[in-house]
Design a binder for this molecule. Sequence first.
Ligand code: ATP
Ligand code: MG
Length: 399
Amino acid sequence: MPDVLPDADWRGRKDLDRLCEVLGAQEGEARFVGGAVRDGLLGLPVKDVDIATLHRPENVVERIKAAGFKAVPTGIAHGTVTAVLNGWPVEITTLRRDVSTDGRRATVAFGTDWVEDAARRDFTMNALFADPQTGTLFDYFDGRADLAARRVRFIGDPLARIAEDHLRILRYFRFTARFGALDRSSPDYAACVQSATSLMALSRERIADELLRLLGLPDPCEVIAAMVEDDVLKPVLPEVNDLGVAVLATLIRAEHQQGIAPDALRRLAALLPLDSGLAEQIGARLRLSNKARQRLRKAITLVDATSPEALTYRIGPESAVDQLLLGRAFSPMLAPKIATWPVPKFPLSGGDLIAMGLVAGPEVAKTLQALEQSWVEAGFPPEGQARAMAAQMIKGWLK
Ligand code: ATP
Ligand code: MG
């Protein structure tokens, strides 16, 4: 583990130096914090940069504007202002401490004490500060040692910290799946298990957001398995059992083998029993969009299709890929091909059939449907052939 924040691409991003300068980094008034420092120390790519500063939010807005950047008061009551540098958002938060908490939201007071600000953060690895210019680290809670040991450790008493904000339970599992070595004998883990039912007090949006972020990681399987076994997922998703975890493991392997990017919704579908009614229930519980609910439903509904292409024609490439990778149809090996397969368009319309001699009426729609099915089963032949099929079918019907 390096002693200072290593230099990396993100630190050279256009205007970042200038932003730090106007926030008083030279005078020690602004520091990098959170994910950027943690991921930077691990040599991982950094996308989002958070800056902590001892200036008040209104003053932060003034400074950002004076430097010619756009300032967005994203969470001004909590002390957060977003500076937009060439379309790239950087979050700047005034040093604060939590005055009162109820497990869901905090009332905060602004301060000028770095240690106090570090102490209100969740895990030691998330509470590291770095001087933007020198890269000097400020590590008040041994975050570096924990990071080196891949230990996700609460700052202070885990149970108390979870009581302040229940979302930290899910964050614990997410950071463990991302960086940590899962240690089921740690007090941090025990506290999360013990407090699991408090998850029910959180807003569904926050739960869903954290859960989907966890599921979207490269390999959350070990952590999810532990969460299921120790009933952490139960208050949120009682439907999930060992079988779902096994499907998840198979899915992750298949995604990896086929070079297909992780997808949180597909992973969620893996965990659920094959019951299409569940999609609506869980979609409502997690406040998923209609599009997401539909995707979930298609992923947990078995479809009777004669070929991978026929399946794709029916449910669309995205859902067909879901089914293939989930091992619910044909072979996962077909997923890359199906993902980019140009779905053909049925070349005939009701008008075509009428022009071919069919009398306008309910027969038209019925014939069209039957034709479409034969066309799919015949492997999507071109228009000429489709017309020949239509002529033959109509001849048969008119007889
Ligand atoms: P990611 O890469 O997932 O964005 P991050 O560490 O930047 O990781 P954020 O959710 O962006 O995480 O939060 C930024 C920082 O704010 C965290 O590193 C942590 O110090 C603090 N933080 C965020 N959420 C909480 C919370 N619920 N309780 C305490 N501190 C938190
Ligand atoms: Mg972040």
